[in-house]
Design a binder for this molecule. Structure first.
Ligand SMILES: *[C@@H]1O[C@H](CO)[C@@H](O)[C@H](O)[C@H]1NC(C)=O
Ligand SMILES: *[C@@H]1O[C@H](CO)[C@@H](O)[C@H](O)[C@H]1NC(C)=O
Ligand SMILES: *[C@@H]1O[C@H](CO)[C@@H](O)[C@H](O)[C@H]1NC(C)=O
Ligand SMILES: *[C@@H]1O[C@H](CO)[C@@H](O)[C@H](O)[C@H]1NC(C)=O
Ligand SMILES: *[C@@H]1O[C@H](CO)[C@@H](O)[C@H](O)[C@H]1NC(C)=O
Ligand SMILES: *[C@@H]1O[C@H](CO)[C@@H](O)[C@H](O)[C@H]1NC(C)=O
Ligand SMILES: *[C@@H]1O[C@H](CO)[C@@H](O)[C@H](O)[C@H]1NC(C)=O
Length: 676
């Protein structure tokens, strides 16, 4: 009897208390009658503060009356809709642990823990079906034990903290559907919508900045029948917990409705969040956050020292006493590093010719430069070399690429040049580019390079031997003027004096026979290389093309010679020139090329003579080639033996790694084809 009475009493209280189609709206909580526990409280201006700045605490705020959540006839969970505005205030970037909208069978959640348990569960009941709890968490701490995706996410929790569905905090914009991130702890109020459709058995959750309105596409959409989870009557409210960081979690307004759409909040009426950095905040800051910060400072200081050491190593340079005078020509490695974006591959202009060349823009002057990285282990000869490049750097000639300066690191030399927008000449001759240089351009380039080389040989205060004249070392400026680059670089590697161990640096096909024999570079060997250059520009071919079928075809100078001897020297010209050329000039260049290729250095013209012939522009001015003794056997590459005992390095990229000993032309040729 008593138990029956009790049941009746229970039934009555519940049917009376559980309001059907409950609906309420709080635009601020000034006159609200919510059931609070833990450290939850109302602020004087009507904010619901679920946690105040206290560590490891929880707070709850529930609508005081139970809500009928299921149709008692058929046991189906009703639809419901709610929206609320929340705000989280903590020290910058640190916060904990979050706010949860919760449906629970009891008012308050007894036994629940703070921190990562969000005031919802404890280790023994977390995840149990007997909880009958549905929650939407705004989680600001990453808890790996519950499979959190990050420290800033929204999740739907059913009976446990392992979310059945979660997403990084954010929203899809209405106009283009693009996802925008939101930071839960940003101190800006944000609005949340939670809607459950009892017929569709679907729950949607949306989040948006305040005043942005409800996004059309929800952040989370979960298809789940809540009928099995919720009880007939439930309590609705909020839970929150703090961890080790002082955080206040606020609700500014809340609207809820069963079996219908919650009434809109009047955002303008909502209370304001407390201003940041009040006197009180500062004292809290001093008491609780400062120790944290000072620990961080120590950690950062240690990291900083490591970073500085790493950075110092990264930008380390090699500077010796003798370099003091070269101050102005010396670049900081760091500047070059920044200019070339860390020597990134996209900045690479080319490689070969002793190293890789990068394009860069100097940060201070905004000027375009090309930086050549030359790897060089030996310090031997470096002093003389640097002295020479610095002195070279002082001269300015319109047909020489300006060497602006250098930088030295361990095992590496960096040379800084003017940037030449049109790249190197060889590209235009062989690589079948769309731009084919016409004869006028080619002739101007030839004359320019000749005058640059004359300057090096005779017009500078000391004689400078270039040592590596060839089309790929001729760069084209914005107006397609030829400029000779890379002067003197070969010298860095050319240290042979003993004929038995001669290292010759240069490029096969441009190396004079006496240079190969003695290892000595002279102005005469430069003239020889210039001869090969003349022929390659006029014929559009490399001096040696190993893949050609016959040897006569393989060696350019042989071919020009035989054209001259047997038919017409003009037949050797680049077929790409078409008929747009001045025959006199082409003939002059080809014949001059043969003259310069003479195996006897004394028979070659000097650069001054070369310039004079070129300025004259007519082949008739040249001495009679027959009288000069230009015969096939007098030309370097027709001279088999001369070619066979070549001791040469021709492979610039491996120049510092190995000295290559070529003993036959076929080996040389095969290596050449690989090297180019
Ligand atoms: C509650 O709302 C539902 C759906 O709108 C309606 O069918 C039902 O009659 C309402 N109940 C009461 C008591 O108003
Ligand atoms: C607030 O709600 C409680 C529990 O339902 C009730 O006892 C109390 O009288 C209410 N107070 C006001 C001011 O409505
Ligand atoms: C937080 O709330 C508790 C309980 O209301 C109170 O004792 C405590 O002083 C509050 N702390 C702060 C910092 O406001
Ligand atoms: C509960 O379900 C029954 C049977 O489907 C229905 O007749 C009744 O209107 C429902 N009650 C409410 C409040 O929706
Ligand atoms: C149960 O009641 C709900 C309304 O509360 C109704 O939408 C649903 O169709 C009913 N289900 C059955 C099986 O009658
Ligand atoms: C949003 O944040 C995530 C991680 O926090 C990041 O990976 C993503 O790029 C961000 N998206 C936008 C649009 O900012
Ligand atoms: C959830 O969102 C989708 C997409 O906007 C919508 O089609 C669906 O009706 C929504 N469901 C609920 C329960 O609001």
């Amino acid at each position: 009897m008593f138990s029956k009475l009790m049941m009746l009493y229970f039934f009555l209280t519940h049917t009376i208390a559980a309001v059907e189609n409950l609906s309420f709206t709080y635009n601020g909580f000034k006159s609200a009658n919510l059931s609070l526990d833990g450290i939850a409280s109302f602020t004087p201006n009507g904010l619901l503060r679920i946690t105040n700045d206290t560590r490891q605490q929880k707070g709850h705020a529930f609508y005081p009356n139970p809500v009928a959540f299921k149709n008692s006839t058929n046991g189906t969970a009703f639809s419901f809709s709610t929206t609320f505005v929340f705000g989280i205030r903590s020290v910058p970037t640190l916060s904990g642990h979050g706010i949860v909208f919760v449906l629970a069978p009891t008012r308050g959640l007894p036994g629940a823990l703070a921190s990562q348990f969000l005031g919802l569960f404890n280790p023994s009941n977390n995840g149990k079906a007997t909880n009958h709890v549905v929650a939407v968490e705004l989680d600001t701490i990453y808890s790996s034990e519950f499979g959190d995706i990050n420290d800033n996410h929204v999740g739907i929790d059913i009976n446990g903290l392992r979310s059945v569905k979660s997403a990084p905090a954010g929203y899809y914009t209405d106009n283009n559907g693009r996802f925008r991130n939101l930071t839960l702890v940003s101190r800006q109020p944000k609005q949340v919508w939670v809607e459950y459709d009892g017929e569709k058995k679907q729950m949607n959750v949306s989040l948006a900045p305040i005043n942005a309105g409800k996004p059309r596409i929800p952040l989370l959409s979960l298809n789940q029948d809540l009928s099995q989870i919720v009880r007939k009557t439930m309590y609705v409210g909020f839970s929150s917990s703090s961890g080790s960081v002082l955080t206040s979690h606020y609700i500014l307004g809340w609207s809820f409705k069963m079996n219908g759409k919650a009434q809109e909040l009047v955002l303008s009426q909502l209370p304001k969040l407390p201003r940041i950095r009040s006197q009180k905040d500062r004292s809290i800051f001093l008491i609780s956050v400062l120790p944290l910060i000072s620990e961080s400072i120590i950690v950062f200081a240690i990291l900083g020292v490591f970073y500085l050491i790493k950075r110092k190593r990264k930008f380390a340079e090699l500077v010796e006493d003798w370099e003091v005078d070269y101050g102005p020509q010396r670049y900081k490695y760091k500047d070059l590093y920044i200019a070339t974006k860390g020597f990134r591959d996209e900045q690479l202009l080319g490689s070969g010719g002793f190293g890789r060349v990068y394009k860069g823009i100097l940060p201070k002057s905004n000027s375009e430069i090309a930086v050549k990285r030359v790897s060089h282990e030996s310090r031997q000869g470096m002093r003389e070399f640097v002295a020479e490049i610095v002195s070279i750097g002082r001269f300015r000639h319109r047909n020489l690429v300006a060497l602006l300066g250098y930088c030295r690191r361990k095992g590496e030399l960096l040379l800084v040049y003017d940037y030449m927008p049109n790249g190197s000449l060889d590209k235009y001759l062989y690589d079948h580019q769309e731009t084919i240089l016409n004869w006028t351009q080619r002739f101007r380039i030839i004359k320019g390079v000749a005058s640059g080389l004359l300057y090096l040989h005779e017009e500078w205060e000391q004689v400078v031997v270039h040592r590596d004249v060839k089309a790929s070392n001729v760069l084209l400026d914005g107006e397609f003027n030829g400029r000779l680059g890379d002067f003197g670089l070969a010298r860095l590697y050319d240290r042979g004096t003993d004929p038995q161990t001669t290292h010759i640096v240069g490029t096969l096909g441009y190396l004079a026979p006496e240079h190969m024999r003695t290892g000595k570079a002279t102005t005469g060997t430069d003239v020889f290389a210039f001869g090969a250059f003349l022929l390659e520009v006029a014929c559009g071919r490399r001096p040696i093309e190993p893949r050609r079928p016959s040897t006569e075809d393989m060696i350019l100078v042989d071919r020009v010679f035989s054209c001259w001897k047997e038919t017409d020297i003009l037949e050797a010209r680049d077929p790409n020139l078409g008929w747009e050329f001045i025959a006199e000039e082409v003939e002059l260049v080809l014949k001059l090329g043969l003259m310069c290729s003479h195996s006897e250095p004394a028979a070659r013209p000097t650069m001054r003579q070369v310039v004079q012939y070129l300025e004259g522009g007519v082949a008739a001015d040249l001495p009679n080639l027959d009288l000069l003794g230009i015969r096939s056997s007098a030309l370097a590459f027709a001279h088999r033996e001369g070619f066979d005992d070549v001791l040469a390095m021709s492979c610039p990229s491996s120049v510092d790694k190995a000295s290559l000993l070529y003993t036959s032309s076929s080996v040389a040729a095969s290596l050449l084809s690989g090297a180019r």
